[in-house]
Ligand binder design. Structure first.
Ligand SMILES: Cc1cc2nc3c(=O)[nH]c(=O)nc-3n(C[C@H](O)[C@H](O)[C@H](O)COP(=O)(O)OP(=O)(O)OC[C@H]3O[C@@H](n4cnc5c(N)ncnc54)[C@H](O)[C@@H]3O)c2cc1C
Length: 416
């Protein structure tokens, strides 16, 4: 039995590729090593699935991903944010837009997003093979001849779509198999690195801050005295460092090689300039008889207070009116420039995505077809494309998957 298209990997990119190609009449087989499809998709957005970012203009969307994301322009023009929303909404998924254009299912259930795709697979009779790890890809004369499963079974097809993802959250099945096969087929790979990953910091008090969650903080990254990057949004302190969207986004700007020269400053109150905060503190402290620990209520989250007093060496029982100028300025500094030394980035087990991957110049952006292996299409996170938090990474999967599915199916009809 020879299929029109064999797809390796049942994550968002592989699922979308399967739906689009089967919709166009191709006979498709989808191979997934897990017992279920879309395991990582179910974890996205904390189980709520931030499925895209509502920036409808492809150029504006690409601008958020960095310079090389121009590669994705054709895919976005053909199946961009607008088409993705129409695809899911016309199949019954109600969506809602939250802050920073982040789109979620109205039900807050990632499983509803997966269900839309699963129903389509069924409708177009895609042959789904779960618990079917691919062991190797056999190619000859720049063409894939067959793929071999660990069971020994061989799968023949005219076209092949590689959608095995990156290396992050390996427990979901994404362990980097695709990189190995691509290298064997003479594709170049940019060394995969954990990205959108928590920051591990060096501070003896960090454990005491575990669970501290600040909405709309600002993180500033310094190389020596020079500010090199910043990010804003929610920050969550963990037992070993910082997580939450602002910290994850900042991890994209951190070169692990240069980490010893970097430090971080947390601005807990970015909406107040330093001078405005100082003025506010002066007013608060002028209230007189209250102890400082009580008078700063409202300005400082309770969980942060013990560390604030420890580091500023101010007795929390001290009367506000007795706080010296020097002590007040120390508080301002800790609230606006809370300095943390970055020890490392968390590894693949905690990284949301993998940066690096299949070199884009070796793939045709008009089709997602490999320029080296004529019947291979490469999609999703395995590509050397990575976006910030906010639904960008799933959109990379929807757009590249749809384009490859379409190109692989249309290519068959035209004999390519
Ligand atoms: C915790 C978490 C939360 C996230 N939240 C969001 C979010 O809200 N919004 C967003 O845009 N992005 C989010 N992401 C990122 C997003 O999930 C990924 O970018 C996306 O899943 C990548 O899709 P993919 O199809 O390329 O690969 P994957 O989802 O990794 O799927 C690849 C599939 O290939 C299978 N596979 C691998 N090797 C083989 C093999 N040898 N044989 C057969 N099958 C194989 C794997 O089992 C896997 O199912 C999140 C990621 C994580 C980890």
């Amino acid at each position: 039995m020879k299929y029109d298209i064999a797809i390796i990997g049942g994550g968002p990119a592989g699922l979308m590729a399967a739906v689009r190609s089967a919709e166009l009449g191709a006979k498709v087989i989808l191979l997934e090593k897990n017992p279920r499809l879309g395991i990582k998709l179910l974890l996205t957005g904390g189980g709520r699935c931030n499925l895209t970012n509502k920036i409808l203009d492809p150029r504006a969307f690409v601008a958020r991903l960095g310079s090389q994301a121009r590669f994705l322009l054709v895919a976005l023009h053909k199946f961009g944010v607008k088409e993705t929303l129409e695809f899911f909404q016309s199949r019954g998924l109600k969506t809602k837009v939250e802050n920073n254009n982040r789109v979620f299912p109205a039900s807050n259930k990632a499983s509803d997003v997966l269900d839309v795709l699963l129903k389509e697979l069924q409708k177009y009779q895609v042959e789904i093979r779960t618990q079917s790890p691919v062991k190797k890809i056999v190619s000859q004369d720049n063409k894939i001849v067959k793929i071999v499963l660990t069971s020994g079974q061989e799968i023949l097809a005219n076209n092949f779509i590689l959608a095995t993802g990156g290396k992050s959250y390996p427990q979901t099945g994404s362990v980097g198999d695709g990189y190995k096969w691509l290298k064997q087929m003479n594709h170049s790979i940019i060394f995969p690195q954990p990205s959108l990953t928590p920051l591990l910091v060096e501070a003896d008090f960090i454990k005491a801050l575990e669970g501290l969650s600040i909405s709309e903080a600002k993180l500033n990254l310094y190389f020596g005295a020079k500010k090199i990057a910043s990010s804003s949004g929610d920050v969550i302190f963990t037992s070993s460092g910082l997580s939450g969207p602002a910290a994850l986004d900042l991890s994209r700007s951190i070169d692990p090689e240069a980490i010893k020269d970097l430090h971080l400053e947390v601005d807990f109150l970015p909406q107040l300039e330093t001078s405005a905060l100082d003025k506010k503190l002066q007013q608060v402290l002028a209230s007189g008889a209250k102890q400082i620990k009580n008078s700063i209520e409202g300005l400082v989250i309770p969980k942060f207070k013990p560390i604030l007093f420890k580091l500023s060496q101010i007795n929390p029982e001290k009367k506000s009116s007795l706080i010296s100028r020097q002590e007040r300025l120390a508080l301002v500094k800790l609230l606006k420039n809370f300095k943390l030394k970055i020890k490392a980035l968390a590894g693949f087990d905690r990284a949301m995505i993998t940066s690096g991957g299949a070199v884009l110049t070796e793939i045709d952006p008009r089709t997602m077809r490999s320029k080296i292996i004529s019947n291979l299409f490469i999609v999703g996170e395995i590509l050397d494309l990575a976006g910030p938090t906010g639904g960008y990474n799933l959109q990379i999967c929807w757009s590249s998957g749809a384009l490859a599915g379409e190109s692989a199916a249309v290519g068959l009809k035209s004999g390519l």
